[in-house]
Write a protein that binds this ligand. Sequence first.
Ligand code: 9UX
Length: 71
Amino acid sequence: ESEHTTLGVTGMTCAACSNRIEKVLNKMDGVEAKVNLTTEKASVDYNPSAASVDDISAKIEKLGYGVQTEK
Ligand code: 9UX
């Protein structure tokens, strides 16, 4: 069963930024992500038994971007 979340991502200034984040997230087990540069959002489907929102946020932050979780 997969869960969905939308994360706000700050600090992306060119398409390579969003592509880079997308590639890293999609390498995570159980994660499928689309990152939109213009809207500054990451749309993420994930298997909660394989990855958590915290894990996903940590990956994005490690790349040097800011993350805002959905309330
Ligand atoms: Mo574009 Mo993003 O040159 O870190 S890849 S700004």
